[in-house]
Design a protein around this ligand. Structure first.
Ligand SMILES: Nc1ncnc2c1ncn2[C@@H]1O[C@H](COP(=O)(O)OP(=O)(O)OP(=O)(O)O)[C@@H](O)[C@H]1O
Ligand SMILES: [Mg+2]
Length: 244
């Protein structure tokens, strides 16, 4: 793909002797939403961690905006413009909303400029503005998810890695997360989304990959996945699911 933002090329990723990603390749265009679907323990988070440099692949290559990420530590990858919204949100419960938002930029030697500042993030998420001095632990699950996204935006990333943002959220808040992702795409950010919420992924994604036991078993646009009953049944357990 000539205009790929992210190219993952045949990566193999391990935890010690445990062989998890077994030759995974993926391409993502600028400003697109790509979803990774798959059952528990199949390697979704490991893929996110591979891209973020937290568990670098032992073989294969990851290119971001045409440059290899090989050997780059997580902070350098963040500086390159990849932000992570981790599984379980990982906000600091004892710090205030403001402190949580300011933390990622406070340590950067060269803060990345861009449209996202404390003010613009708070305009995007008025619920956070109302709770600016509350501690992270006092927020609802949905507000914590907004905070995790807002914190990622503060780095003005090109690509946002989101690991199961809808996990544990009530349906109304899942809708809100869906709206947030569409709004990120409108603002020109690409999102690499890991989800177990099939309907959510199918409704926001431009392109979908299905992972099973560390390999991709399907890739294509959401409509093609909806028309692949074997994949839905075998790998996602959503046979006969209605899409939208
Ligand atoms: N730190 C680790 N050390 C050893 N093995 C790990 C580690 N983290 C994950 N694994 C194993 O790697 C495999 C893939 O895990 P991963 O977290 O990528 O799955 P996942 O698809 O994100 O699952 P979930 O949907 O439950 O979040 C699993 O078998 C898991 O047990
Ligand atoms: Mg996971």
């Amino acid at each position: 793909m000539p205009d790929a933002l992210l190219s993952v090329r045949g990566i193999h990723t391990y935890y010690g002797d445990s062989y998890v990603l077994q030759g995974v390749s993926l391409e993502q265009r600028e400003g697109s939403i790509v979803a990774i679907l798959g059952r528990n323990g199949m390697g979704k988070t490991t893929l996110i961690r591979s891209v973020a440099g937290l568990t670098p692949p032992r073989e294969g290559e990851i290119l971001f905006r045409g440059a290899s990420l090989r050997g780059r530590p997580p902070y350098a990858i963040a500086q390159d413009g990849i932000a992570l919204v981790p599984q379980g949100r990982r906000i600091f419960r004892s710090l205030s909303v403001r402190e949580n938002l300011l933390l990622p930029t406070s340590g950067l030697a060269r803060p990345r400029g861009g449209r996202w500042t404390l003010d613009s993030v708070l305009r995007e998420f008025p619920q956070l503005a109302e709770r600016i001095n509350h501690s992270g632990g006092a927020l609802s699950g949905g507000e914590q998810q907004m905070l995790a996204v807002g914190r990622a935006l503060m780095a003005n990333p090109h690509l946002i890695l989101m690991d199961e943002p809808s996990e544990g959220l009530a349906p109304r808040l899942v809708q809100q997360v869906e709206g947030i992702m569409k709004s990120l795409r409108e603002h020109g950010h690409a999102v690499l989304l890991v989800e177990q919420n099939f309907a959510l992924a199918m409704s926001v994604a431009d392109y979908v990959y299905v992972v099973a036991s560390g390999r991709f078993v399907f890739e294509g646009p959401p409509a093609a996945l909806a028309a692949a009953p074997d994949v839905l049944d075998q790998h996602l357990g959503v046979a006969g699911a209605k899409v939208n």
